[in-house]
Design a protein around this ligand. Sequence first.
Ligand code: ADP
Length: 439
Amino acid sequence: MNPQLLFWIPAALRLLLVIIGAGIVWAFFGPITGLAFAFLAVTVLAFLQLYYLNRLDNWLDNPESKKMPDGFGAWTDVFARLYKMRRDDERNQAELAEWLARFRQAMSLLPDGVVIMDDVLFLEWCNPVAQAHLGLDLERDKGMRVTNLVRHPAFMDYIILGRYDEPLTLTLRGRKLVAHIIPFENRRQILVTHDATESERIDKMRRDFIANASHELRTPLTVINGFLEIAAQPNLDPATRQAHIKLMSEQGQRMQNLVEDMLTLSRLESADLPLHAERVDIKALLEQIHREANVLSGGRHVISLTVTGPDIKGNVEELRSAFTNLVTNAIRYTPASGKIDLVWAETEEGPQFSVRDSGIGISPEHLARLTERFYRVDKSRSRETQGTGLGLAIVKHTLLRHNATLAIESIAEEGSVFIAKFQKNSIYYENGRLPEHKG
Ligand code: ADP
């Protein structure tokens, strides 16, 4: 039935009852009593309406804490509809709160910082990454102007100029940040911050590498070109020409070493090259390296080898190149009659290969940087001994691929020890046991 009729019919019936009642009273007790009855009945009805209006008014003062009043007549319907509206409202609010919580959780998982500000840059909300990037504290700073919280001249200029179509790069709290403001909902703005420190570092490494590699290749090329000009002279005596050819071939060799080391390094670094792990016969490998070391030393050093540790899993060619690098360095940086000890042993932490020499040693300030590409303590000594400056970088990468690390201890003028530390789980087992050693 039409709700309007449902509203009016009971009211009309009540009025009809009053009129009928008044008519009956009029018939029995005369018109004055009949009219008095009608007046009284209408007054009672009017007070009833006022009573429910008052209850509604009371309830509206504090709808949360008070019980919804019961109704009478048309009030039943009014209260029922109000009650339904309230229930719908509560459900909507709960849904909204849940959605907001989910949104905030998603925002807090983002790798980038997100700050929500109003049109005049007052902080409304930010995620934890933004707090770390910009040094904000949501509880403390909420409602404050972001320009008062992030005090950086470039950031201020960015805001003042309002050229938000381009991101801003700034260094803040030791981080390289890319910040971008995006207006939305025409009265709000989002500030997104991205930490570019790592990609900037990699970019710089790449730039430095290209600059260093070009420089390293240019030096021998300049020498070769110079010699070629001299060698081209027709009246050059054969002995001088021979000497120049020898020097040129040395420079050629230097360039070849450099290119080979660069290729090795790039191969080691290429992420999609899987490590081919197989049993590495450490004793055979180190005995061969020991023999080659004696040839390289030409009897100028006393080189010992002790192998007591187990075989490991790994890539034999990569390990050969890394171990040879360490042993070759020991020979190159140890003056004649020095001592070099090569030891493969098992320790509490896992197997280790140590190369100890009684050479020129390294001052402490250089130790941390030795594995950087092209880092050398003494450039001329490195070049004299055909060094590329990439040897220890190759060692470090090879060990990294074997889950191993390189430790360096050294005292200037006394000697150094380079230790390749492998993990226990690198040990090669056959059916759960250490294998018999091959002949
Ligand atoms: P290089 O080709 O110059 O030897 P490396 O990367 O192998 O390059 O080594 C980097 C630097 O570390 C060397 O230039 C040298 O100064 C220092 N170094 C390496 N091994 C030793 C060592 N056994 N004794 C002293 N210094 C060393």
